[in-house]
Ligand binder design. Structure first.
Ligand code: C2E
Ligand code: MG
Ligand code: MG
Ligand code: MG
Length: 280
């Protein structure tokens, strides 16, 4: 940012700001079109039991491939969608798609879907969840919704009420990217999360034996245990990382070591064929 009163400096920075805003606007337009033209798809990453290696479920991860720009990361387009009020329709589409897919899996396999704070605040959210379950025939207990600490940012009573409604429907809740946001332990007592997902940054640290990361994971597992919540270690890439989080007591693990986010037909391919249920 320009300092002092030298007018010229201010103008020198403007073209960059303008270019950023322009890029955002273009991305927003392209995203609107993507939604209308079926350019989005969903990949599924396995979540496995840390001890037995059994597949407990999958996390649905949205993907966007633009015809000219190619693949665009959700890290880049989800924030644009949030700002442009497109996250509700996109998120609802992901939810429907993921539920329709999950009914084909064995009965005890869950589907986890990410939900942003903006989505949770939208009045259409709970009705959309109810209709995704009804349309797909998926039992509520098989759906897990992942939220981050950001849903608690503005001391929002509305968010707590929505989370309670979801729990009332029998849906599972998990707290994603734990430890990376504006953490306050207070909200852990206000919402009954089933699972705390420990962010990959701590997993990487732990495998390098960073004492701080080890201590943090150990403390989170202890906290989760005493609150009756499970823990998932995110982003496990190596055998060393697996051994570490397993020894620290994480119940579930997820990461490239077990499987990258994969297409629906590869996800169902992980199960013996006789377990596949016919599409409702
Ligand atoms: P997240 O929910 O924390 O998802 C985990 C991210 O870590 C995914 O990135 C996944 O591909 C990546 N990952 C998994 N295993 C490993 C690993 O072993 N190593 C490394 N380095 N990374 C791993 P992805 O798919 O790019 O998604 C990024 C974020 O975008 C997600 O973070 C989530 O916050 C958001 N997102 C993705 N799909 C959706 C969606 O449908 N709706 C909303 N609201 N957000 C979404
Ligand atoms: Mg997630
Ligand atoms: Mg995460
Ligand atoms: Mg994340």
């Amino acid at each position: 940012r320009a300092k002092g009163e030298g007018g010229g400096l201010h103008f020198a920075y403007e073209p960059q700001l303008h270019a950023k805003a322009e890029e955002r606007r273009l991305l927003e337009l392209a995203l609107r079109e993507a939604l209308a033209k079926d350019q989005l798809h969903v990949l599924y990453q396995p979540v496995v039991d840390a001890i037995s290696g059994t597949v407990m479920g999958f996390e649905a991860l949205v993907r966007w491939t633009h015809p000219e720009m190619g693949p665009i990361s959700p890290v880049k387009f989800v924030p644009v969608a949030e700002e442009a009020r497109l996250i509700a329709p996109i998120g609802e589409w992901v939810l429907r798609t993921a539920c329709m897919e999950a009914v084909r899996w064995p009965d005890d396999v869950r589907i986890a879907v990410n939900v942003s704070a903006e989505q949770l605040a939208h009045p259409s959210f709970v009705p959309a969840v109810i209709s995704a379950l009804a349309q797909s025939g998926l039992e509520a207990r098989r759906l897990e919704l992942e939220v981050t600490e950001s849903v608690f940012m503005n001391e929002d009573a509305g968010a707590l009420r929505v989370l309670d409604q979801l729990l009332g429907l029998g849906i599972q809740l998990s707290l994603d990217d734990f430890g990376t946001g504006y953490s306050s332990l207070g909200y852990l007592s206000r919402t009954r999360f089933n699972t705390i997902k420990i962010d990959r940054s701590f997993v990487v640290g732990a495998s390098k034996n960073t004492p701080e990361s080890l201590a943090i994971i150990r403390a989170v597992v202890t906290l989760a245990d005493s609150l009756g919540m499970a823990t998932t270690a995110e982003g496990v890439e190596t055998e060393v990382e697996l051994e570490m989080v397993r020894r620290l007591g994480c119940k579930k693990v997820q990461g490239y070591y077990f499987g990258r986010p994969m297409a629906a037909q590869d996800a169902i391919g992980l199960f013996p064929p006789q377990q596949e249920r016919a599409r409702a």
